[in-house]
Design a protein around this ligand. Sequence first.
Ligand code: GTQ
Length: 365
Amino acid sequence: MTVQMTYEEQLNEFYGRLKSRNLGPLWNSIGSIMTTEPKPRVIPYLWKWDEVKKFVMESGELVTPDRGGERRVLFFSNPGSADLEPWGWGSLTHTLYAGIQLLLPGEKAPSHRHNQSAIRFIVQGSGAYTIVEGERVYMEEGDFLITPAGLWHDHVHDGDQPMLWLDCLDIPMLYQLGAMFFEHYPEFNQPVTRPDNFSTLRYSASGLRPVQDHDNHYAPQAVFKWKQTKQALDNLAKLEADPFDAYAVEYINPATGKAAANTIGAMMQYLPKGHHTSAHRHVHSAIYHVFDGEGYTVINGVKFAWQKGDTFVIPNWAWHEHVNTGNQDAYLFSTNDLPVMEALHLDRTEAHPDTHQAVTEEFKL
Ligand code: GTQ
């Protein structure tokens, strides 16, 4: 006697066989794999500088950045993607990795190259330099540096105070693309083959490019000094503020006008005392590092209070607005995947219909 299966039993039996042969029925998945709008796994989050710095300094007693350690960095792992080993553990947004690197006086980190692009924002210290493709680039607080994909780079510290900086690389994106390469230089450090301040001497005035630089595939300027960034913002602040970004400048490749780090966008934003920006959202994700000041950012209705040194993340398509609540100017450094979104024609921006969000919750660690 044959037993009649119900329709549901038939389907389940069919799904079971499909699964065992590594096939999937789209009609059950289309809503979750093709969402009506961005639904990132990564979540808004914030790390306090006091705590991060303590951990980073502790790592300074435990490991050294010689060949085995490579780089002494503690990376920010977004709680929304941390279970996706190995790349999710090292992702802060779907495309970007970020961490705090520590180089102690007298230390050296070995030379290597990879096809991930890197940017650095110097949080504390001076006297250390990175060598990028033969050029020694000194780092000081507030400076922005790039390490373009594929170039040899190593770090050396001749100063006498700990150096701390924020790294941001497109590691998760290259992992997802299955496209990464990594290589060690045959010697510990690469030789310095260019005069100090080579790229700064070549690009010392905006709007003027040395005549040879017509087809750069990476930015010819290695460092953007804080003093110049500050000057640009001071001048901009004599004009009207942008409703969403207040006063903000992007770090660009001076030879092309595009993002300095090709795949990674970066900007410095100035919020005058008491300033409150209007809320908006965009497809690209962003990582913020508070260079100075005190205030809060509302992300999807949740208030994230911040102080100097804190790092927070704005996932894709999240409403956000910034407020300076301190007694001084606030400077927010941020890095993002806008260049990739733009290259793929994927970015969109939307202003919040009510200008400001209703605050429903306060972020607590
Ligand atoms: O300084 O070269 O945070 O290669 C991650 C990978 C820093 C670096 C990171 C790296 C570096």
